[in-house]
Design a protein around this ligand. Sequence first.
Ligand SMILES: [Zn+2]
Length: 134
Amino acid sequence: MSIAVPKIGSHVRVTTMYPNTYAYRGENDNYVSYTREGVVVQSIFRDPFMFAVKTGDPDHPVSEFNAKSQHVVKIEYIVGGSKQVATDKKAWKVKSGDGKSFYIVERIEGKYTCTCKGFEFRKDCKHIGAVSKR
Ligand SMILES: [Zn+2]
């Protein structure tokens, strides 16, 4: 799997959405949305999914974004484009002890999950152990 990250020099409009944390929010403003537009520059973070947008706005001269974040809901390209950055997502089918069924072990960004009951309760299981040793 890979994620589209805006290339440096591109002109983009980024829309983000965050839960509205104000105590007296109404029924229709459970989320607050922000839009930032500008030229993509090098992020200060050493993360291939991070990109920075130079807006020219005195209040927010540079905004940092994570292309993988659920809060980044839309990236529009006015000029330029994106590059694909691969994510560390892998999945394995592991047979159950009796060999009659199987479980799915997934590794996403270094974290393992399994579909078995043991993992549900202990957050670890022998299926993950078998896969991570490979
Ligand atoms: Zn398991």
